[in-house]
Design a protein. Structure first.
Length: 104
């Protein structure tokens, strides 16, 4: 995914921090190759996408984001991020192993 940077403000920073996920971990998720799926249930106002991947320390993160275009730049705007629970990780890994797709 090609992008120029991130679009952070107090609102989305706080949503990630309240789940214990640091800004650096969220940004690192997108610098790796996360699994991406459209978030059709929550895309009424703007297209949203789900991302799943591991932090540098090996912890699984689930994030929701949208893309913003500002002054010719493509920015990822994280909406929320949290660590995944063991059951979610197992479900994700099983889905990836059998079909390569994931539905939550």
């Amino acid at each position: 995914m090609d992008f120029s940077g991130f679009d952070w403000d107090d609102g989305n920073r706080e949503k990630c921090r309240k789940h214990g996920v640091s800004i650096a971990e969220v940004e690192n998720l997108f610098l790796s190759v996360p699994g991406l799926w459209p978030d059709l249930k929550n895309s009424a106002l703007e297209p949203r996408t789900r991302a799943i991947g591991k932090t540098a320390k090996g912890r699984w993160i689930f994030a929701v984001f949208t893309i913003r275009f500002r002054e010719g730049f493509v920015l990822i705007r994280p909406i929320s991020a949290r660590y995944m629970h063991a059951k979610e990780i197992a479900h994700y890994e099983k889905a990836q192993a059998t079909s390569g797709s994931y539905e939550r």
